[in-house]
Design a protein around this ligand. Structure first.
Ligand code: G3H
Ligand code: 13P
Ligand code: ZN
Length: 326
């Protein structure tokens, strides 16, 4: 571990104020995952151009891929780039699906302004104890913490869950009170990745469990709720990928209509990773297929970055409602 640095020195913000405004305003803060330069540039450019607050988030895998020191300077560069664009938007750097106290501490020490401790695969008591420890360390550094109750179907980083376990509303009050978390990720029918629902041709995916969300909201009114696994798995991208040599059969996501409804409720952070991956892959495949003699990464990654900016602006403006809320 190198030198300790506070996110405040990097010009980042924690999520406290963002969530307060989002809960009161009936919209959700976008949390976009990134692993490389082009993704980060696209996220902050689109959010600056739509005047949206933003959470840029990295998974444990992304942190290993990009290197934690590099990430710190990338985040600092993103803040500076936005400032030079003349935009004033709060940017949080968040650890997505942290699985140990050590990892969360290390992120706090290296400039993250927010961390998630995902203890959802542990027993309730272990989840409470682990989350509480993270909160104590993070809050001492004015870093905000996201906890999770309930397990999403699919893969939660290294945690495999065959079937989802919906969040039990009767646990949320106790969890929030005992742990001191700033926000709570819940399971109401979404899942990670591009294959969220098994549906037959022409069938609609099942609706999210808004009844569970309403019960959670009733028990902890005004408390910031987080929705993971919230990519729409944009059909145009899936079609492009398949048209240019890819093989994504049966990829289905959460409809924009369902996400709009969630964003207008207590859900004030919506996590999107897969849609960004699909946008990048679609444009890279298309570009390389149409330009077989081209081998300059700036060309195909530039095309991907352009598509990502378009996608993120669309999400902020017409799905999450965060545009103009910075
Ligand atoms: O929730 C998981 C995110 O989509 C990150 O995925 O672990 O492959 O980076 P990753
Ligand atoms: P998607 O796979 O639906 O984009 O979900 C991302 C996520 O929840 C990251 O934590
Ligand atoms: Zn997630």
């Amino acid at each position: 571990m190198g030198v300790k640095v506070s996110y405040k020195e990097l010009g980042l913000a924690n999520t406290r104020e963002m969530f307060k405004k989002a809960v009161n305003g009936g919209y959700a803060i976008p949390a976009y995952n990134f692993n490389n330069l082009e993704q980060l540039q696209a996220i902050v450019t689109a959010c600056a151009e739509t005047s949206s607050p933003v959470i840029v988030q990295v998974s444990k895998g992304a942190r290993d891929y990009a290197n934690q020191t590099m990430l710190r300077y990338m985040a600092m560069g993103a803040v500076e780039m936005v400032r030079e664009m003349g935009a004033q938007i709060p940017i949080a750097l968040h650890l997505d699906h942290g699985d140990t106290l050590e990892l969360c501490k290390s992120c706090v020490d290296s400039g993250f302004s927010s961390v998630m401790i995902d203890g959802s695969h542990h027993s309730y008591e272990e989840n409470v104890a682990l989350t509480r420890q993270v909160v104590e360390y993070a809050h001492a550094h004015d870093v905000t913490v996201e906890g999770e109750l309930g397990v999403l179907a699919g893969i939660e980083d290294e945690v495999q869950a065959e079937h989802s376990t919906y969040t039990r509303p009767e646990e949320v009050e106790d969890f929030v009170q005992k742990t001191g978390v700033d926000s709570l990720a819940i399971s109401i029918g979404t899942s990670h990745g591009a294959f969220k629902f098994k549906v037959k041709e022409g069938e609609e995916p099942p609706p999210l469990r808004f009844d569970i969300l309403a019960e959670i909201e009733r028990r902890i009114p005004g408390f910031p709720i987080v929705l993971h696994g919230a990519s729409s798995v944009v059909p145009e991208y899936v079609e492009l990928i398949n048209a240019y040599g890819g093989k994504l059969e049966g990829a289905v996501g959460v409809s924009e209509e369902q996400l709009r409804r969630a964003a207008a409720s207590a859900v004030c952070k919506i996590n999107i990773d897969s849609d960004g991956r699909l946008a990048v892959t679609a444009r890279v495949r298309e570009f390389l297929a149409n330009n077989p003699g081209e081998f300059d990464p700036r060309k195909y990654l530039g095309a991907a970055r352009k598509e990502l900016i378009k996608l993120i602006k669309h999400k902020n403006e017409t799905v999450l409602g965060s545009a103009g809320k910075a």
